[in-house]
Design a protein around this ligand. Structure first.
Ligand SMILES: Cc1ncc(COP(=O)(O)O)c(C=O)c1O
Length: 436
């Protein structure tokens, strides 16, 4: 007997593809059941037999939907009370959205087109939160037309707009929290300081608007689990203000900020869950519905990008040291925009040299033979701009044109913010499911 979650990713042994979508059979693309390494190998092998195919050396992603599912199970096990609403902005990949839709989770949308994508994946409007405190008027009208009632605000101007366009919306006041321990400090832009909350709620009351709860975001890439506990205390205070004014608050939204699935030391999901779960239970009775907006957590570790070495320059320094500059076919203006916008540090690994696959699931270091000489190297994207540098210092064996470099943990805030600057295409995604 399978649980609902298990049936959503039940393997169909009869076909090479995985039946991931029990509620929506529509699969735009094949989903393999091979290891990430095998998928990459098959892709590279297929290329070498199609020498003259246009675009054959393009960079490509492997998206492991099984890893997304493993992260989901981990969430359910460690934070069972808190319902995840996946932050679509982190990776609106259609197959990821369809998988999560089929698992029955909710979605945090930032715009009309994200709402459209989620609705068209078969998600009911009640499973969406429009979590952008400053919304375009026409997008609010769209939300109203589609009964996407739950939305956040953090300023009085937004309340007047909502009063005009969607007076029955169910509002959550987004409060400011301490995000000083996070890589991306969203509080610079959003969040009502606590000393403004009473006035905001008073305005909502006068406008006869329906405020149903409180939301916060401790910042993306949060490095201190105590930020969550501190934010829960602030949210409790805001709840008390609302209840004192006669609002019936029934929802707490603890936002995003959870780490990628590959994080095993430092600030882990386990550490956050051990602080956040008990803090919520201690301060909020069980009739308060608690949701979260994890983005990076679900997708970062599920995507690997493979880049082709399209050029090399040899540099001899004044100290007579030989160094190499490698040029690859995805860069800062493409998937690696995460270096600039998301403060990510990316790690190059050698994927294939001279046609030999050197990808190693367990190898944390570059794939080199024991005593082979390595060189101080830098890796650059394909555009003509010098900001387009992916790694200033990497210790690599000598690579040649035609070799491949791969980069893991590339699933969050990467493809979705990529441009086509200089005419470079966004890499295709090949899907697999390694869940067993
Ligand atoms: C409103 C909101 N919710 C959720 C997220 C997702 O955050 P994370 O990827 O850190 O979980 C973001 C990220 O910017 C956000 O702005």
């Amino acid at each position: 007997m399978h649980t609902e979650l298990e049936t959503a990713v039940l393997l169909d042994q009869a076909t090479p593809q995985t039946k991931l979508f029990n509620k929506q059979p529509l699969q735009d693309k094949p989903v393999y059941t091979r290891s990430v390494k095998q998928v990459i190998k098959d892709k590279l092998d297929a290329m070498s037999t199609q020498k003259w195919e246009l675009d054959q050396e393009n960079a490509f992603f492997v998206g492991d939907l099984g890893e997304v599912y493993r992260q989901h199970l981990r969430w359910k096990a460690l934070l069972p009370r808190i319902e995840p609403f996946f932050a679509v902005k982190s990776n609106p990949d259609p197959m990821v959205v369809k998988l999560l839709a089929s698992l029955g989770i909710g979605f945090d949308c930032a715009s009309k087109s994200e709402i459209q994508q989620v609705l068209s994946s078969g998600v009911e409007s009640s499973r969406i939160i429009y979590a952008n405190p400053c919304k375009q008027a026409s997008f609010i009208r769209f939300a109203a037309q589609n009964n996407v009632a739950r939305m956040t605000f953090d300023n009085a101007e937004e309340l007047y707009k909502i009063k005009k366009l969607y007076p029955n919306a169910e509002l959550l006041v987004r409060i400011l929290t301490d995000d000083s321990k996070s890589l991306c400090q969203l509080g610079l832009k959003f969040g009502a300081p606590l000393d403004t909350v009473k006035d905001l709620l008073q305005t909502a009351k006068e406008l006869n608007l329906n405020v149903v709860g409180v939301s916060f975001h401790v910042g993306s890439g949060c490095l201190d689990e105590n930020s969550f506990a501190d934010a829960v205390v602030r949210a409790r205070w805001a709840f008390d203000q609302g209840e004192a004014m006669g609002f019936k608050f029934n929802m707490l939204d603890v936002g995003g900020g959870f780490p990628s699935g590959d994080v095993t030391d430092g600030i882990t999901f386990e550490k956050i869950a051990a602080v956040l779960g008990p803090a919520v239970d201690a301060m909020f009775p069980s009739d308060v519905r608690v949701i979260a907006e994890p983005g990076r957590y679900y997708v970062a570790s599920a995507f690997t990008v493979c880049t082709h070495v399209i050029g090399r320059r040899t540099v001899v320094t004044e100290e007579n040291e030989t160094q190499y500059m490698y040029y690859v076919n995805d860069g800062m203006y493409g998937s690696f925009n995460c270096i600039l916008f998301d403060h990510q540090v990316v790690h190059p690994k050698v994927l294939s040299r001279g046609g030999n696959l050197t990808f190693d699931d367990k190898n944390d270091d570059i794939a080199i033979n024991g005593d082979e000489r390595t060189f101080n190297s830098s890796i650059w994207g394909p555009t003509c701009d010098s900001i387009d540098c992916l790694a200033k210092e990497a210790n690599l064996p000598v690579l040649n044109d035609g070799d491949w470099i791969y980069w893991e943990n590339m699933g969050a805030y990467t493809i979705c913010a990529a441009s086509k600057f200089n005419g470079f295409k966004q890499p295709e995604v090949i899907y697999t499911n390694t869940f067993e």
